[in-house]
Design a protein around this ligand. Structure first.
Ligand code: GLC
Length: 433
């Protein structure tokens, strides 16, 4: 008898393993992926207790602060100038179509009214306002999608155990059980996916904490299945710096364009899932008072265009201040990007990476029979495009519709300019046959 039970058990185990490996995205999920790709541009917001210390979101780990001492920040957190509506309006003005907000970062503090931990914005601070709720409402009002960042790792809880490679110096003395931590995460995720309307994506981070013990089992398939059951259209992304795992809907890159690896986090192959790369507007994710080194408007626009030309979205980060405001410089940058997007949005939104792969001079994006040639950096009056199988019907300067001279032969197309293009992004619109 026992033998039969074992056989059946093995069979069932095998079945769930197979099921886990055969994730079939729901139709609404596939639709959400398309929309996500069409949106092209989002703003990342890293905001939490760490903002008060103004040294970035890793300060608890980096300074080996005692987590019980760090927790005391909560009773002093009163971001008196926080106004979700103003945030979302400023973000919308940039042309971004979604935000991604840190609901709970590695420090373990929850920015919403969660019943699974008192260490949260409503119960532990004098502010007592549910930030996620206010953001969800503002997003709804402005037609902006809400994505939620959620940290898998935790530098505060005793039951985030075994530890990974970070957070050893935060003074945790007792060890709890992974099982309770896993349940805690799933309960919190359930709250986030139940109480805040439709969530565009869950953006996980922290799996890399266990990259030195890669056999560590995060039990992701069950968690992913739970998310897709609660909201089938919710996209799952995980910033684990590897090719996407089964059950994920988008592929994330950190601080590099897909195909590049200057930050050392992006050697992984590019999958066929929708792509997104995140980057900081200055040098840090969470607010850092000494870092006023904001990227120029031109650099930011170039990054967005280069991402689009690589078929990827850009998630550009802003670290709000402890008083609840977005930094003034960041707001000015967002506004300038928005002004550019008002003119050039058509060459970005709804496009996919174009027929000519990224080059030193720039990139191409494609929508229908339009191919947009984004010239970012050309020191010549002519540009060769290796478009062999495409016949060009028309070539114009996107911003004013003026015709661009071109010749076409078997090798491709040569565009001829009267002078060297020197706009931030000189866009030529090609109409293909
Ligand atoms: C890294 C950092 C984290 C940040 C994230 C954003 O994984 O650990 O602090 O939130 O990148 O991409």
């Amino acid at each position: 008898m026992k033998k039969y039970v074992n056989v059946i058990l093995l069979y069932l185990l095998g079945l769930t393993a197979i099921q886990a490996q055969n994730y079939v995205p729901a139709p609404e999920n596939l639709k959400a992926r398309e929309e996500f790709q069409n949106n092209k541009f989002g703003v990342f917001l890293h905001w939490g207790l760490y903002s008060m210390l103004a040294q970035g979101e890793w300060v608890l780990h980096r300074e080996n602060l005692d987590h019980m001492e760090y927790r005391k920040l909560a009773s002093g957190f009163y971001p008196s100038l926080f106004n979700a509506d103003e945030w979302v309006a400023a973000i919308k003005a940039s042309g971004a179509k979604y935000i991604c907000f840190t609901t709970r970062h590695h420090d373990g503090f929850s920015m919403w009214d969660t019943k699974y931990s008192d260490y949260n914005i409503v119960n532990a601070t004098p502010f007592k306002r549910d930030i996620v709720k206010e953001l969800a409402e503002a997003c709804q009002k402005h037609g902006i999608k809400l994505h939620l960042y959620y940290s898998h790792l935790d530098w505060d809880r005793e039951d985030y155990y075994p530890l990974g490679r970070t957070g050893h110096g935060t003074g945790r003395k007792n060890h709890g059980e992974w099982k309770t931590y896993y349940e805690f995460m799933n309960n919190q995720l359930t709250e986030l996916l139940t109480n805040y309307g439709s969530i565009g994506a869950i953006w996980f981070d922290g799996v890399w904490d266990h990259d030195q013990d890669p056999d560590f089992d995060w039990q992701l398939p069950e968690q992913y299945a739970m998310i897709h059951k609660l909201q089938p259209a919710c996209l799952i992304g995980n910033n684990h710096h590897q090719v996407p795992f089964e059950g994920e809907d988008i592929q994330i890159f950190e601080r590099d364009l897909p195909g590049e690896n200057t930050a050392g986090l992006s050697g992984q192959d590019i999958s066929r899932l929708p792509l997104e790369t995140c980057e900081t507007m200055n040098g840090m994710w969470g607010y850092k008072i000494v870092d006023q080194n904001y990227k120029s408007v031109e650099t930011l626009i170039h990054y967005l265009v280069k991402a689009a030309g690589r078929n990827a979205n850009l998630l550009m980060n802003v670290g709000p201040q402890p008083n609840g405001e977005l930094p003034e410089v960041a707001v000015a940058r967002l506004k300038a990007m928005g002004e550019w997007m008002k003119v050039y949005g058509e060459t970005i939104y709804g496009t996919r990476g174009g027929d000519v792969t990224p080059r030193d001079w720039g990139v191409t994006t494609r929508k229908g029979n339009k191919l947009y040639v984004h010239i970012l950096n050309l020191e010549d009056e002519g540009l060769f495009l290796p478009l062999k199988d495409q016949k060009i019907k028309k070539a114009v300067v996107f911003k004013n519709g003026n015709p661009v001279k071109f010749r076409q032969d078997k090798q491709g197309v040569v565009l001829e300019f009267q002078e060297i293009p020197n706009d931030v992004d000189y866009v030529v619109e090609l109409t293909l046959n």
